[in-house]
Design a protein around this ligand. Structure first.
Ligand code: IPD
Length: 264
């Protein structure tokens, strides 16, 4: 079942990525509207990407639920719900910074995410995971198993984070970053949470922390990171909108304590 769902996610994700690449004009992309705050933007291409993904998935599986960043939630009757960000990293996309992704996850009856698929639209790099079956990156048709980064001491860690669109949360995040920066090797703000999480799964960064993520930012990349052997947690256990912390199991407790002490 999950493999069929993953095949569908990959087919649809590739088609959406191709649409976004084809429709992206040179230079900056026009913003169609702002959402929660003036910094939270959406373009007509985000909406077209979501419409395509929603239509293809529901044509193939009419009873499924669907939760996308840009549209109304569909509850569904099959027990499977899709969680989709049609362009994660919209601000990068608007400015032409080639770091934005399609993120597709599916959760089953128990609420657990069963599959995650992320494609970097600009580079075509594809990542996936199935719950209990591991995580991988595709190199052509070959699947390269992901094992996360090696353990590192905190002061040697390259850490990624991101910022909420809400002004009060941004102020708090800025204060936390000021405290964290002197303790680690450096901090990256990649600009797409799904790509932060797959970068962690692929050993390109050492740890991650962010507050304010929505389900479509977290679902696919979170499963890929977890299946690559990383520990993910939040304030009270499972990561959620309030806090996502991810790191190698050997250093997770120390890193978690540090980011909490910094004010995340
Ligand atoms: C955003 C990106 C960003 C993260 C924000 C997200 P969007 O998603 O993932 O890296 O810091 O919290 O909202 O708006 O580009 O889909």
């Amino acid at each position: 079942m999950s493999r069929d769902l993953l095949d569908l996610a990959r087919t649809v994700g590739r088609e959406a990525a191709a649409l976004v690449r084809a429709r992206r004009p040179a230079g900056r992309v026009g913003v169609a509207a702002t959402k929660s705050t003036p910094t939270d933007v959406v373009t007509a291409i985000d909406e077209a990407s979501e419409q395509l993904i929603r239509a293809r998935i529901l044509e193939a599986r009419p009873g499924d639920g669907f939760l996308g960043e840009e549209g109304e939630e569909i509850v569904g009757t099959s027990g499977v719900q899709w969680i989709v960000d049609p362009i994660d990293g919209t601000v990068n996309f608007v400015y032409g910074i080639p770091v934005y992704a399609v993120s597709i996850a599916a959760r089953t009856g128990g609420g657990e995410v069963a599959l995650g698929y992320v494609i970097n639209i600009a580079t075509g790099e594809e990542y996936a995971a199935l719950a209990g079956e591991g995580a991988w990156r595709w190199d052509g048709d070959e699947r390269i198993t992901l094992q996360g980064p090696p353990p590192a001491t905190i002061d040697q860690m390259l850490v990624a984070t991101g910022f909420s669109y809400a002004a009060d949360v941004r102020e708090q995040q800025a204060r936390a970053v000021v405290r964290l920066l002197p303790k680690v090797r450096d901090i990256r703000r990649i600009g797409a949470a799904s790509l932060d999480l797959v970068a962690l799964a692929d050993g390109r960064i050492d740890a991650y922390v962010e507050q304010g993520l929505k389900p479509w930012d977290l679902a696919a990349g979170g499963l890929i990171a977890r299946e690559a052997g990383l520990v993910l947690s939040g304030r009270d256990g499972a990561p959620d909108e309030r806090l996502v912390v991810a790191a190698h199991p050997d250093v997770f407790e120390e890193y978690f304590a540090l980011v909490r002490a910094c004010g995340f």
